[in-house]
Design a protein around this ligand. Structure first.
Ligand SMILES: *Cc1c(COP(=O)(O)O)cnc(C)c1O
Length: 431
């Protein structure tokens, strides 16, 4: 399978090049040149299969030309080694809980798959692959934990010293093994600049194999399609089914659209936003106007220029009417998010995190106008990850799960560097 750039200014790439480049040379995002179709047989038997079997069959349709069945099955079983339960919240609303992985957020799915895909694609090469990540918090933990213990790959996480929450910091500084954390004396922008400069440094690249694990990487994006098949399979089949996704960069929602294109009979998609409602504005006005992001309590969705917009446009041939017919949008303020968390806990005894709360509310609102359908929303993080916010909501007490506590007990292992590129380069070359 070849992968083309959504900007179509460069020739298509192989799977290996697309995964290691991340972004195409013309600045576009990679898409598979063909979207494989899964027949009706596949869907009839779906509810009898496990999540990993379903994921393997969908992955084989997409990656089968490039990866043989046995190693692909191994990648899937190793990457997706946690449960994704579908929980009934109210008569027509279900929660697909994507937060049972190591960092308790859905990005574990994409990051773990990408790590094992990279390992497979470089299995015959001797050079160690260096993944460089700049983080202001969450990306670092998903990527570091995704690559933890994956042979042949070293991850260096750069983060601004003193500017990351304790629990986030613990999730990527206590791991050891092939994960190194660098505390940069500067801001997040300095971390990003250092990583960018390293990628542009020819003398460094002659000595080290560098790559990123960016959220737009196709091997992070595609595996997110698998759990839509699984979610649909668990739903009652007495009505049409819709899916609602709390969205920031829109990778998760776009993966759902891909699953639908592969044949999954989802009736409609709902994009839930916080007040960063650039996509909702696009649906309403046909104009895409990125703007600086506004901080909210659903902060993983604080995105002012959603990068996967290019993939959505590509799927709908840049046709606003088609996109707007397939996807509805809703947006909620922090006050509305808090109110939803409180109300749903009181009524259904289900504790939403702020991101899932946006999605629950959007699905609830959508279903008022579509009385026939039932839906599931993606619950993308465990509420304990946002303990400070949750503590401010009456009734929404949340205990820190053992998995998160274990990170806090780990020993912090970091090196401190200045914000000068020479120091970063010396660090990379010394190890
Ligand atoms: C990243 C993230 C999102 C947004 O996902 P996108 O694919 O960027 O739209 C939503 N919720 C949580 C908890 C996240 O970490």
């Amino acid at each position: 399978m070849q992968y083309y750039s959504t900007n179509r200014q460069v020739p298509p790439s192989t799977l290996r090049d697309a995964v290691f480049k991340g972004l195409a040379d013309d600045g576009g995002l990679y898409m598979p040149e063909r979207i494989p179709q899964l027949g009706s047989d596949f869907f009839t038997g779906l509810h009898k299969k496990t999540f990993r079997e379903i994921a393997f069959e969908a992955a084989a349709a997409l990656f089968g030309e490039d990866i043989a069945a046995a190693p692909l099955r191994h990648i899937i079983d190793d990457a997706l080694n946690f449960d994704i339960p579908l929980v009934k919240v109210s008569s027509r609303i279900y929660s697909l809980e994507l937060f049972h992985g190591p960092t308790m957020a859905f990005k574990d799915v994409g990051a773990r798959f990408l790590a094992r895909m990279m390992q497979y694609l470089t299995r015959n090469e001797n050079a160690e692959t260096n993944v460089l990540v700049a983080t202001s918090g969450d990306t670092g933990s998903a990527v570091a934990n995704g690559f933890l213990g994956v042979e042949g790959i070293t991850v260096t996480v750069l983060y601004p010293k003193g500017l990351v929450s304790k629990i986030q910091e613990a999730q990527f500084t206590t791991l050891g093994q092939n994960i190194r954390a660098l505390e940069v004396q500067g801001a997040f922008d300095d971390c990003q600049r250092l990583v960018k400069q390293a990628f542009l440094d020819k003398s460094l690249r002659a000595q080290r194999t560098l790559t990123s694990a960016n959220s737009i990487n196709l091997a992070r994006f595609i595996p997110q399609a698998f759990y839509y098949f699984w979610g649909w399979a668990q739903m009652p089949k007495d009505s049409e089914i819709v899916a609602c996704v709390p969205s920031g960069n829109f990778g998760n929602l776009t993966a759902g659209l891909l699953a639908q294109r592969m044949g999954l009979p989802l009736k409609h998609f709902i994009a839930a936003n916080n007040v960063n409602d650039i996509f909702l504005k696009y649906l309403q006005t046909a104009k895409f106007s990125p703007r600086p992001s506004i901080p909210t309590i659903a902060n993983a969705m604080d995105v002012g220029n959603p990068s996967n917009f290019a993939r959505i446009m590509d799927l709908y041939g840049n046709d606003h009417a088609k996109a707007a017919a397939a996807i509805s949008g809703y947006s909620y303020s922090d006050a509305q998010i808090r109110e939803t968390v409180q109300r749903v806990f009181a009524e259904a005894h289900y504790l939403l995190d702020p991101h899932g709360a946006c999605a629950y509310e959007a699905l609830h609102e959508y279903l008022q106008n579509d009385k026939e359908a039932k839906g599931f929303f993606l619950e993308t993080a465990h509420p304990a990850k946002f303990k400070e916010t949750m503590d401010g909501i009456p009734g929404a007490d949340v205990a820190i799960p053992g998995k998160l506590q274990a990170f806090m007990r780990g020993k912090k292992q970091t090196a401190i560097i200045s914000n000068r590129y020479e120091d970063f380069k010396a660090f990379l070359l010394s190890s």
